[in-house]
Structure formats: structure tokens, C-alpha cells
Design a protein around this ligand. Structure first.
Ligand code: FMN
Length: 394
């Protein structure tokens, strides 16, 4: 029944779209949905690469059955055990009891733990190869991109890299599967948001994987989320390379918390000064309105961050506190940092922002500004100076 997309000779896309889930990992909004990608190679042996979230297993299994056209499934390659990709393994095994599951030592520990499966396994190590007829597959480990068991599979025949979550993006596949067949506009920002929120902490492992894979000729890049990349592979690799190096572009993200507008007025002043001193890329986030996932995306994108916070019960305003924790666990490196805050009787926020900058080892730019109650001339000038100092530094 299904006219499945053949992305290369006898390699079919059998993934699914999820436009129901509101929050990925129960945290990150999905305004454009998300796809769970899976690929079926129909050769002398039949091979499935990864599965999909269990919520979509019914449609997924129907697609596989169609593509197999009466044949059985010989192998399942598990590049990644996160449940959005491994969720359908148990059902798949029930349907194809003889399927051999290919993974590495760490995959099998998780396979047992999540699904109680410990038989019919074929363990592969770094660089191992498998001939399935016309296609020649090889396996490379990519630990901590972004789980420890992650590996990628390379089809040397058609030069396809099945890359697990690496090079993934949020955004469902709305009709087309291949990059050249769709309007890609919204995927670029969603790719940055996916990276910042899901992979963000693991810059070094991503860099190692990029170096390891740089020797492979890749004509088709098949991630587990988002479009199948062909023409735009260099653009995708550039984004992942830039983000995993923590290389920010020229620009400033101003994030502030504000209950009654006093801290917000400081943010406005700093932004106006940045613009007056030539900075074009200025992104402002009211922490109570912008979802943290978008703020993190911009903090990964730009090299300068200015954070403003009121004092709240002798602490940071809780929404800023929560954001700082999210930045900290991602170990965002090499940012230029400015900060400011306000209080009414005993200030604490600015001191805490200073401690945060120190912990992150970020370079402090300009003189931090602490304002008591409403914005007055001297603090207005101080905010202006902070904006100017940052503009001159970037
Ligand atoms: C719930 C609450 C708790 C506060 N706690 C403190 C505090 O512990 N110390 C202080 O100096 N000011 C405190 N303030 C005052 C604010 O920090 C101060 O008015 C600040 O300028 C508010 O900034 P905003 O106008 O941007 O919301 C508190 C205000 C509120 C509403």
C-alpha cells in the first residue's frame, strides 16, 4: 500500500512523524513536530536501521511489512538505544523472532535492561564490517553523542551514513523526506535548538565523531530525526561543527527576569546601547515568556550573553535560576558575559550572577550594574556603558 521513499538503491525510508507530542523529553516544545527516522535496506539480506517511538509502532511495522513484500527481516541495527528509537524493538522481535540484533557491548546491556532481550544478538566493534549482498556495511562507535552506546553505520556501497541522533533536528517530515525536495527554512533554527537542548553538553564527543567520520565519503546522511540530507550535507556538518566547538557567531543574547519592569528597563537600555554601537544581532528574551529551549538555542548561537535578574527572597529570581542551571549542565564554553540586576532593600542577584560567570569560566565584559528600585540617571548611564563595552568586545 505504501509508496515508500527509496532514498538510495533498495534503501527505503520507513520512519514516522509525531505531531502529537507537546514536549520532547517532556521538556522541549515541538511547534513543528518531530520525526523518528528508520531505514530499511532490502538486499540479499534485509536490514532495518533503528526503530521508532513505541507510540507509532503500529504504522511503522505496517510500513516494514510492505517494504519486505513477504520476506522476513534478517537484521536490525541498533545505532541508539534512546526509547524514541528503540521503543519498537520488542514488538519487532515478536513479529520477526529470528531477526538478529546488531549492536555493541553497551547496546546489549541496555537492550536487556529496557526490553529483556538477550538472545539473537550480533555484537560489532569499531570498524567491523558486514556484507548483506550488494551493500557493504561498517560500524563506528560514537560514544556520548549523546548516549554511551551510540554508534553509526556506514554503507560503503551507496556512501550513506546512518548517523543516529547526530545531525538530527526537530521538525516532522511534511510530505517530502529528502532535503532537496522540501523548503528547509525552519529546520536550521530547529537544528540548533535540537543540538542545544539534546546534545549540547557533549561538544567534545561530537568533535571526536566528526573527526572520525571526516575520512568517509558521505553522499547521503541519514539521521534519526529530520530530513535525509544530500545536497545540504556541508551546511549540516558546519552547524554541528560550530555548535560543538562552542563557537558563537557575532551577536548578543540578553536574557532577563522582571516582575514589575525595573530590570526590564535596564535590559532595554543595554540593548539600545548595543545597537547604537553597531551590534546588529541582538536577541532579547524575557525569561518568563520565552521557553528555555529557545534561550539555550540562542546562547549556543551567539558568542555574548548578558543576563539580568531581580533579587527574590534574597536569591535569584527563580526563572533565571532555573535557566542558569540549564546553561550550567550543558557546560557552555567561551562566552562573553555581562550581567546586571535589581533589588529593593538588600541585593543578592548580582552577586549570584557573578558567581555563575566565575563557575562557567566566562569572560566578564563591562562593569556589572546593580540598581536599587527604579532606574535613575547614574544606573541608566551604567547600563549604557555596559552595552558599549560589550559592543566593543565582540
Ligand atoms: C516576591 C518578591 C521578593 C523580593 N525579594 C527581595 C529581596 O529579598 N531583597 C530585595 O532587596 N528585594 C526583593 N524584592 C524586590 C525586588 O527585587 C525589586 O523590587 C526589583 O527591582 C524588582 O525588579 P522588577 O521590577 O524587574 O521585577 C522582592 C520582590 C518581590 C515581588
Amino acid at each position: 500500500m505504501y509508496k515508500l521513499k527509496e532514498i538510495a538503491d533498495k534503501v527505503y525510508y520507513v520512519g514516522v512523524n509525531d505531531r502529537q507530542k507537546a514536549l520532547f523529553e517532556n521538556m522541549w516544545p515541538l511547534p513543528y513536530g518531530v520525526s523518528y527516522n528508520s531505514y530499511l535496506i532490502v538486499d540479499e539480506k534485509t536490514v532495518l536501521v533503528d526503530t521508532v517511538d513505541v507510540c507509532y509502532s503500529d504504522i511503522f511495522l505496517k510500513k516494514i511489512e510492505d517494504a519486505l513484500a513477504g520476506r522476513t527481516l534478517d537484521y536490525l541495527i541498533v545505532n541508539h538505544m534512546e526509547p524514541d528509537h528503540s521503543g519498537s524493538i520488542r514488538l519487532l522481535r515478536q513479529l520477526y523472532p529470528d531477526v538478529q540484533i546488531i549492536g555493541n557491548k553497551r547496546t546489549f546491556d541496555m537492550l536487556e535492561g529496557f526490553h529483556g532481550i538477550h538472545t539473537g544478538l550480533l555484537e560489532v566493534k569499531e570498524g567491523d564490517t558486514l556484507s548483506i549482498g550488494h551493500h557493504q556495511l561498517s560500524f563506528y562507535l560514537a560514544p556520548m553523542v549523546h548516549w554511551p552506546e551510540v554508534m553509526v553505520t556506514y554503507d560503503a556501497t551507496d556512501k550513506i551514513l546512518f548517523s543516529a541522533d547526530a545531525f538530527g533536528t526537530f521538525g516532522s517530515l511534511d510530505g517530502a523526506v529528502m532535503d532537496v525536495d522540501m523548503n528547509l527554512d525552519h529546520y536550521w533554527d530547529e537544528m540548533r535548538r535540537y543540538y542545544a537542548n539534546i546534545v549540547g553538553k557533549y561538544g567534545n564527543p561530537v568533535q571526536k565523531a566528526l573527526q572520525k567520520l571526516s575520512g568517509l565519503e558521505i553522499k547521503t546522511l541519514c539521521s534519526t530525526h529530520g530530513p535525509v540530507w544530500t545536497k545540504y550535507i556541508p551546511d549540516v556538518i558546519k552547524i554541528y561543527d560550530e555548535l560543538s566547538r562552542y563557537e558563537g557567531q557575532d551577536g548578543v543574547v540578553i536574557v532577563y527576569g522582571s516582575m514589575y519592569g525595573n530590570t526590564e528597563q535596564m535590559a532595554e537600555t543595554i540593548a539600545a546601547s548595543l545597537a547604537e554601537h553597531g551590534v546588529k544581532n541582538i536577541v532579547m528574551h524575557n525569561v518568563s515568556k520565552s521557553h528555555a529551549s529557545y534561550i539555550l538555542k540562542d546562547i549556543f548561537k551567539y558568542k555574548a550573553v548578558i543576563i539580568g535578574c531581580p533579587t527574590y527572597c534574597n536569591q535569584l529570581y527563580p526563572e533565571i535560576d532555573s535557566l542558569l542551571q540549564k546553561i550550567e549542565i550543558r557546560e557552555v564554553k567561551n562566552r562573553l558575559f555581562g550581567y546586571f540586576g535589581s533589588f529593593s532593600w538588600a541585593g543578592a542577584a548580582v552577586k549570584r550572577l557573578a558567581a555563575f560567570g566565575e563557575k562557567m569560566n566566562w569572560e566578564v565584559v563591562g562593569t556589572p550594574v546593580e540598581q536599587k528600585q527604579g532606574l535613575k540617571q547614574d544606573k541608566y548611564e551604567a547600563c549604557w556603558e555596559l552595552g558599549k563595552a560589550m559592543a566593543e568586545r565582540i
